[in-house]
Design a binder for this molecule. Sequence first.
Ligand code: ZN
Ligand code: ZN
Length: 264
Amino acid sequence: MQASAGIGLVDSHAHLDMPEFDSDREDVVRRALAAGVTAVLCPADLVQPRSLAVLQDLQTQFPESILAAAGVHAHQANDFNEKHVRSLHEWASRGVIRAVGEIGLDYHYDFSPRVQQQEVLRSQLACAGELGLPVILHSRLSGPDIIAAVDAEGFRGGGILHCFTEDWAMARAMMDRGFFISFSGILTFPKAQDIRDVAKKVPADRLLVETDSPYLTPVPQRGSVRRNEPAFVVETAQVLAGLKDLSYSDLAEATTRNFRTLFR
Ligand SMILES: [Zn+2]
Ligand SMILES: [Zn+2]
């Protein structure tokens, strides 16, 4: 971990709004800062009004380090309505949110019917297009339909394909559409060789790292800590640096530069 000293790294995806962080949210951010994590992008859950409010409080305390996004997740496509679109417009106009997300499709859990997930994704892509914001995409076993939705909406605002678990064809297609590919702690799991193989091929100027906290705690913390937190993104960055044959500092610099390209 000492490799992180003095080098800025960004956690491109962490759910710091969640109740798992209610007891020590500020300490979690301080630990991230101490580990060299200079910024954390937090996707708020539009269906729960508390979610963005919690993040706004955190932003007040750490204005340089916390960025917020908001969207209706594929899991909750059932709950999506026009009120959510109005909220996105309002928060974007006030500069509270910097991206629309996370939005997408999840054909692993299928919590909402697929056709409905697709409609809700397209509505929010259209909204992001109108607002001129990038999107944070969630895709699980749904690559071709994500690409189809982006193309059908003519969405060219780019963004992040987060917590990458799809194949190289999907990575390639999304990069062609202006997206960055964000790798989570899954990269550190022994069984994830197929994901590491894709990561090797993604050019350094398209890479991001994330924790997806409180989920997906990376190795080695995984053995002893249940809850993931942004400070642990350092482990994923170290593995990614090894795969890319880059020094840790070059990887940190590249991913931070990529993040700043999206969120100037
Ligand atoms: Zn996700
Ligand atoms: Zn997430």
